[in-house]
Write a protein that binds this ligand. Structure first.
Ligand SMILES: [Zn+2]
Ligand SMILES: [Zn+2]
Length: 572
């Protein structure tokens, strides 16, 4: 495992949390928390720190703990604590109002070790009697416990994806599988999915079925037949996974069928009918002769109907098939020349400027913008004017080192609750690129929120509005923004709106991005990466944008560096 700073910070915070739950002395707990803060505030990335004791708050003991963790990938201190503290206690952390301190109290005074026991204690009134727990707290806990029992109808794509990746790792190990693919809404990059679907081509269905049900985390088997295996996989939420097994020759048609959307399939069947053909799950049947034909790829399948290939994400929004009789140009990952929103160790990112730049080069980008948080966002170690000027020197050094990439000095500047911006115009004019964002006071009225967004849009230095609605899929809806008004104003002020490619956000939504495009607003597809792994969200962001039929020219980070520079200097 390649470790970064965030892993060390998490280790120290976990140790503090376990100590707190155990009821250890407050001084020791706060020492670990201070050490975590010290590392968070340090601007260097992990490989750049040679001596941890040089960081404020880190003594010899903590240094040893960190060193051992880096060397072995495990921590003896944490392991010991994990043995001492009942596992179920940690699950109480996702209940409202419960932190280490209160959990310690529940554990020590009522011997509660899991959610089940907590529920009972809440119901029989013993929790309410504890000092620091009121009637309201108990009510909130009970409501949350109730809610948690229910599995949501659909789960966010962001939660399904890691599960899918794990499943695919397992599928790779099954020799009897000739080919497999995701299908359904997961393949169409919907914001949420109901279950996960796979199509598998194999000559050995029995063996494959036997192996599928042996997969790790399979909680129950719903069906295990020659054509279909259905299992429930345990995770944060239990998710049903369907595997459909077919012969190789049927694979393309079956994949198309189970990818959907339903509306797209209906349109395809109508097209087939007009030619005297019938599409079934396994092939295309001639209605007169009864002969069934097969295809080796989906492209051939479409070709048979005189259509060009339609990407899965577009099978929901592009229902007019005639359009695809001609070659349709749509957004491709290769068109993206750079990523304009990312964080480094200067604020709350895991890697240094240099490490981010190297990853960007590896991905073939010709430019990127470093956009750390601004001073208002203290929890993210936001940068003030002085630190941003110092960071510029850091960025310039890296920029000079590589002649195949341009690194812009940007900032993700907070729009404050009172409607003002975190920096003066004078200072902003020093920056190459300014992203404005709301990270606070989400509950404000529509008027207040719009006032904040308008201030940012009207500012001549603001180039992009990040994650314009602030939604987190499956968790919160975002603040009260009037989208039509925001988009209109963005058009008038020539400010770009972001499609945040993080699948938890997908913000703008594809629907609003399409509306923005219609109104002549430019869009930036950004990953908002806080570590090098998150660069991969760009593929997802591009595919998501395709759902909204976003064109290449709409997306400012498909532009050449010169064209982008012209845009960034448009108001200067
Ligand atoms: Zn942000
Ligand atoms: Zn950000």
């Amino acid at each position: 495992m390649k470790m970064n700073k965030k892993d060390i910070i998490k280790l120290l915070e976990d140790i503090a949390l376990y100590l707190e739950i155990k009821g250890e002395n407050a001084f020791r707990i706060s020492a670990y928390r201070k050490a975590a803060q010290g590392i968070e505030r340090d601007e260097r990335s992990l490989p750049e720190i040679d001596d941890f004791t040089s960081i404020k708050g880190i003594g010899k003991g903590t240094n040893d703990t960190i060193r051992a963790f880096i060397e072995t990938g495990a921590s003896h201190v944490l392991n010991q604590l994990q043995e001492d503290v009942p596992e179920g206690l940690l699950t109480l952390l996702d209940l409202p109002g419960l932190g280490g301190k209160r959990i310690a109290k529940l554990y020590q005074e009522l011997s509660i070790t899991n959610k089940h026991e907590l529920k009972r204690a809440c119901e029989n009134g013993s929790v309410e009697k504890l000092a620091g727990f009121g009637k309201k707290t108990v009510e909130n806990i009970l409501t949350a416990l109730e809610e948690q029992g229910k599995r949501p109808e659909r789960i966010p794509l962001a939660l399904a994806l890691p599960l899918a990746e794990k499943i695919e790792e397992y599928l790779q190990t099954i020799d009897e599988i000739d080919e497999y693919s995701r299908a359904g809404s997961l393949r169409r990059v919907r914001e949420t999915v109901k279950d996960i679907d796979y199509i598998i081509a194999t000559k050995h269905r029995k063996q494959v079925a036997a192996k599928l049900v042996e997969m790790e985390d399979v909680k129950s088997i719903i069906a295990k037949g020659e054509t279909k295996v259905s299992v429930t996989v345990a995770g944060k939420y239990d998710v049903n996974v369907d595997f459909r097994m077919v012969d190789e020759k049927e694979f393309a048609t079956t994949l198309h069928h189970f990818t959907g959307s339903k509306e797209h399939n209906i349109a395809m069947r109508q097209r087939a009918k007009m030619r005297g053909e019938k599409i079934n799950e396994y092939g295309v049947e001639n209605e007169t002769t009864g002969e069934c034909i097969h295809f080796s790829t989906e492209k051939d399948f479409y070709g048979h109907f005189d259509l060009h290939y339609i990407p899965p994400e577009m099978r929901e929004t592009a229902l007019d098939l005639e359009e695809f009789e001609e070659e349709v140009s749509y957004l491709q990952r290769e068109m993206i020349k750079g990523d304009l929103h990312m964080h480094t160790t200067w604020s709350d990112g895991a890697q240094s400027v240099e490490e981010m730049v190297q990853e960007a080069r590896r991905r073939g980008y010709t430019y990127i913008a470093i956009t750390d948080h601004s001073k208002f966002l203290q929890v993210a170690n936001g940068l003030n004017e002085t630190r941003l000027r110092r960071q510029r020197e850091d960025i310039q050094k890296v920029n000079e080192k590589y002649d195949d990439i341009e690194v812009l000095c940007g900032v993700e500047m907070d729009i404050l609750p009172d409607g003002t911006l975190d920096f003066s115009d004078e200072f902003l004019s020093e920056m190459d690129l300014v992203i404005a964002a709301i990270h606070s006071s989400f509950n404000q009225s529509e008027d207040d929120i719009m006032k904040r967004l308008n201030t940012a849009l009207e500012n001549p230095h603001v180039d992009i509005i990040a994650h314009p609605t602030g939604r987190i899929i499956g968790r919160r809806d975002g603040y009260a923004v009037v989208m039509e008004e925001l988009i209109e104003k963005a058009a008038k002020t020539n400010t770009a709106l972001e499609i945040n490619a993080n699948p938890l956000r997908f913000d703008l939504s594809s629907k609003w991005a399409a509306y923005a495009q219609e109104k002549g607003v430019h869009v930036a597809i950004n990953t908002d990466a806080h570590n090098i792994e998150s660069f991969r969200y760009m593929d997802l962001g591009v595919r998501y944008a395709r759902r909204g039929r976003i064109n290449k020219d709409t997306v400012i980070n498909t532009w050449s560096f010169d064209q982008l520079q012209q845009f960034l200097r448009r108001n200067r």
